[in-house]
Design a protein around this ligand. Structure first.
Ligand SMILES: Nc1ncnc2c1ncn2[C@@H]1O[C@H](COP(=O)(O)OP(=O)(O)OP(=O)(O)O)[C@@H](O)[C@H]1O
Length: 262
């Protein structure tokens, strides 16, 4: 296989516009096996757009996107078989049971029904939700749905994982489990692309942080490196500094005074 020598992901001068608006202005990055990339930035910075381009969901970009050493514009979608994705918002097929949904997804990836059924049930049990495996997902809480989504992204043992707010709706115990799972997956050599606005978690789980602002990378390094460079203590403070934001107090005060002014 190629990806021993090649980086798992390589983006070269990636640009993307929607109409007149340029949302990616030349992203360059390489991701190696075992890297957990915290991909962060303000709302609208271009994070989801980058990820969707890599997933082959958005066309019209310029520059080069190589996944497992293969240029994805060559029309061969085989690379998608080794990718897992948890989108920020997903439409689960609510009227299905988790058993039906997960076995369906597994079969799409070419897994045998019995194997995927067993695996899905086991993973559900580890998340403490085995008892609802055969219940319709309409009856699920937000956290339970999120767990099903996480499981569905991992059933086929992908080599690259794209996670967009994967902890959304999870309770503190489940968050700890997922954080450990991510660590373990990275040790197994997976590359993980982790987008989130929860800076405390990004700080802890990422071995490399990439901060994107207005379609450009403005920081790329380990948390320790960014801390040293920015002379700040937390990733939240680094984020505020690098995105030039310090008027949160003023905005909050004005906000409350408008609320009170009714
Ligand atoms: N399909 C689309 N059509 C037009 N504009 C789009 C489309 N998708 C995204 N955009 C614009 O591209 C910019 C980047 O959006 P993107 O979703 O990549 O940001 P993001 O960094 O993921 O933000 P968030 O943190 O809010 O999820 C935004 O200005 C958004 O309005």
């Amino acid at each position: 296989m190629k990806f021993n020598k090649e980086p798992m992901i390589k983006l070269k001068d990636l640009k993307m516009s929607y109409g007149d608006k340029q949302v990616l202005k030349g992203i360059n990055l390489e991701v190696a096996k075992g890297e957990v990339i915290g991909y962060i930035g303000p709302n609208g910075a271009g994070k989801s757009t980058t990820v969707k381009i890599m997933l082959g969901l958005v066309a019209g970009y310029t520059g080069e996107v190589k996944i497992f050493g293969q240029d994805i514009s060559n029309g061969d979608v085989e690379y998608k078989r080794k990718i897992g994705y948890v989108p920020e918002t997903a439409e689960l097929y609510d009227s299905l049971t988790a058993a039906e949904y997960l076995t369906f997804i597994g079969e799409l990836y070419g897994l045998e029904y019995n194997i995927v059924d067993k695996k899905a049930r086991k993973l559900m049990s580890m998340f403490g939700i085995e008892d609802v495996y055969n219940s319709r997902m309409t009856s699920y809480s937000k956290g339970m749905r999120q767990k099903v989504l996480l499981i569905s992204s991992l059933l086929h043992n992908p080599d690259i994982l794209f996670f967009d707010e994967p902890l959304s709706g999870l309770d503190a115990n489940s968050v700890m489990i997922v954080k450990e799972i991510l660590k373990e997956l990275a040790i197994q050599g997976k590359a993980i692309f982790y987008s989130s606005h929860i800076m405390e978690v990004v700080e802890k789980i990422s071995n490399r942080i990439i901060l994107i602002k207005e379609g450009q990378i403005v920081a790329d390094g380990s948390f320790e490196e960014l801390k040293h460079k920015c002379r700040e203590g937390s990733l939240e403070e680094i984020f505020n500094q690098l995105t030039g934001f310090n008027e949160y107090k003023e905005i909050a005060e004005n906000f409350v005074s408008v609320v009170e002014g009714v």
